[in-house]
Design a protein around this ligand. Structure first.
Ligand code: NAG
Ligand code: NAG
Length: 148
């Protein structure tokens, strides 16, 4: 099943598992193609995605193209709208379906999504906002996993 193979391919990054879980409106979203396209316009080292998954942040937070890669992924999958606003409903839907390695209650995840959107609502740069949201969410998840 296509969905499953995406998950395997993208298992290295919770962010991309998240993106994978976003249902396509019509045709199935080809996450690999989107990744390739985004990596062409905004190159990112694979190591950066691993680090984001493991530590909650990029090893160097001054690499603009890496942050814009996140924005590109968010835009292409619709979790960020054309005005650069994060779409809470879509993010929650994506996280609700995801079966990540970290077991976090749905209610907690929804709270994290709301909090993380609110935390950086005033950041004008869309790349920065997309990155900060990812960082915030990963950090909350890692923290919540540690409490268990
Ligand atoms: C991503 O993080 C989870 C724990 O949160 C871990 O189980 C998984 O192995 C990580 N993936 C990679 C490729 O580091
Ligand atoms: C992006 O492209 C570069 C160059 O082809 C490659 O080294 C890198 O691993 C790619 N990044 C991702 C996340 O696949």
């Amino acid at each position: 099943m296509a969905m499953f193979s995406f998950l395997v391919i993208l298992a290295s990054s919770q962010l991309l598992v998240l993106v994978n879980a976003v249902p396509a409106s019509e045709a199935e979203v080809d996450v690999k193609e989107i990744m390739k396209k985004c990596n062409e316009s905004n190159p990112i080292d694979a190591e950066y995605l691993d680090q984001l998954n493991m530590t909650g942040s990029f090893p160097d937070e001054n690499v603009r193209s890496a942050k814009c890669f996140i924005r590109c992924m968010f835009m292409e999958t619709g979790v960020m709208d054309s005005d650069g606003k994060l779409v809470a409903a879509k993010l929650k839907e994506a996280f609700g379906k995801r079966q990540g390695p970290v077991a976090v209650k749905t209610a907690d995840l929804e709270m994290f999504v709301d909090n993380c959107i609110a935390a950086d609502a005033d950041v004008t740069c869309q790349c920065e906002r997309a990155y900060r949201f990812s960082k915030c969410l990963m950090t909350e998840e890692l923290r919540s996993a540690k409490r268990k």
